[in-house]
Design a protein around this ligand. Structure first.
Ligand code: ATP
Ligand code: MG
Length: 445
């Protein structure tokens, strides 16, 4: 790494600054979105450990975990409630077999899929990952497996974090995703958990008085990400091939481009390391397919015709810019859409937010509130994730400002923006910026 301004891990970031004063000297002259991110007590860098929510939850029913959580979002709460009722009535979540980890289609009482649940302990590095071949691979060849730039076993937070970034930026491409607790017989449990659960049930049947003393009778709820299921979407690959063969009308093509730009913004900010064209979906209500072309007026008001959904966001928010970038490119960079300059619309939607230090600070704090709940949360790691994200925001802002193309964006040298406590004025912070010394991405094109 060749430093523009030398940076190092701040030894003091565990101590909250008492004064909001902000020092931006290290980046003077550079337009730095997020430069005024102050770290107040009880926010990123100031946590003394676990958030009580997870601890409190242990031993009580999953409904208790979930109902507190989504008071602000009745729609989400209702869907999670439906899933819980379905499980109680024996309509269990069903494992998605194609995935490399334990992911489940969660259903309602009628058996309709309402969500995708990914439990933390069934992630690729989770203890109970059901795909044992992956586990073996990891055991035998640890250095060749996985992404060393990511926080292990926090994919569910990455999923929820992507949802949060999407909502804050009003991109509206990530189906709503939150952290939820669920228990189901169809999840992968250890033999011990199953035996315990059976024993407790038996005790309740035989000696109800004793059984009532157990906090939880069934299997222990698992924490994981719950993403709302979106209907009528297909893998982007499918539609992109079709659009190649049968080009879209200009207006619809423009809609696709605008949605695509939102995907670029999301992926770039969260530095998604897993955006293959199978990890985003497109819904296309082709007017002719629907037989609607007979009634031209009706087609005119049918909006939107094309919509994008960014799913599978569990491998984002890296601790550093990936070294072996060839393994983790943004696959959309190969699409013709990546050669089109960012539109004025996306610039107007996103740039004012990213240029507002308060917005970036709020975003970081919201992510902190989410991430700190994991029992393995580590402040130092969170700071490193933040440095990458701020660097990405810096580059993206430049790219939007000058209306570059997505391809030009990813060719910009990756930047880290570190928060460093100012030792002279102990109550202030400054930012230092460093560039990766290696060649920018995709120079070989
Ligand atoms: N929110 C959603 N709405 C509709 N379909 C979805 C949603 N999430 C996932 N799917 C479907 O389920 C499939 C698997 O989902 P996803 O890629 O998130 O799981 P995964 O276990 O991480 O799989 P992999 O490891 O193969 O990427 C997707 O290809 C998609 O078809
Ligand atoms: Mg996938």
């Amino acid at each position: 790494v060749s430093n523009v301004t030398c940076f190092k891990d701040s030894p003091n970031y565990s101590q909250p600054p008492a004064d909001p004063a902000i020092h931006q000297g290290a980046l003077r002259g550079l337009p730095l979105p997020g430069s005024a991110v102050r770290i107040p007590p009880g926010s990123p860098g100031c946590s003394q450990g676990r958030q009580p929510g997870l601890e409190r939850g242990r031993g009580s029913a999953q409904r208790d975990f979930n109902s507190d959580e989504f008071l602000d979002d009745p729609e989400f709460r209702e869907i999670v409630g439906k899933a819980e009722r379905a499980i109680e009535e024996g309509v269990f979540p069903e494992r998605i077999y194609q995935g490399s980890s334990g992911s489940y289609f969660v259903k309602d009482l009628q058996g309709r899929i309402v969500g995708v649940f990914k439990p933390k302990n069934e992630e690729p590095y989770g203890q109970l990952n059901p795909k044992w071949t992956k586990w073996l691979q990891k055991l035998c060849c640890p250095c060749c497996f996985g992404r060393d730039c990511l926080v292990l076993n926090q994919g569910y937070l990455s999923e929820a974090g992507a949802g949060l970034v999407d909502q804050k930026l009003e991109l509206n491409i990530v189906p709503k995703t939150k952290v939820v607790y669920l228990a189901s017989e169809t999840f992968n449990y250890s033999a011990i958990d199953r035996v315990k659960s059976r024993g407790k049930k038996l005790a309740l049947e035989k000696v109800p008085k004793v059984g009532q003393r157990f906090h939880r009778i069934g299997l222990p709820p698992k924490v994981g990400s719950f993403q709302l299921f979106v209907e009528g979407y297909k893998d982007a690959d499918f539609w992109l091939r079709r659009f190649e063969a049968e080009p879209l009308p200009e207006n619809t093509n423009r809609q696709l481009q605008m949605q695509f730009e939102r995907l670029v913004v999301l992926d770039y900010i969260i530095r998604n390391t897993d955006r293959g064209n199978d990890n985003w979906l497109i819904k296309y209500d082709c007017p002719t397919d629907a037989g609607a072309s007979r009634d031209a007026d009706w087609v005119m008001v049918k909006e939107p015709i094309i919509k994008l959904a960014a799913i599978d966001n569990g491998l984002a928010f890296p601790l550093k810019h990936p070294d072996s970038w060839r393994a983790y490119p943004f696959y959309w960079a190969w699409l013709p859409q990546a050669n089109v300059s960012f539109s004025q619309e996306i610039k107007d939607l996103v740039l004012p937010k990213l240029s507002d230090p308060k917005f970036v600070k709020d975003l970081e704090e919201d992510l902190y509130e989410l991430f700190k709940r994991d029992p393995g949360f580590d402040r130092g790691q969170f700071h490193r994730q933040g440095a990458v994200m701020r660097g990405q925001i810096l580059n993206l802002s430049q790219a939007l400002k000058y209306r570059k193309t997505p391809l030009e964006l990813i060719q910009m040298p990756p930047v880290l923006v570190e928060t460093v406590r100012n030792t002279q004025r102990s109550n202030s912070e400054s930012y230092t910026q460093s560039f990766q010394s290696r060649r920018p991405f995709f120079t070989w094109w």
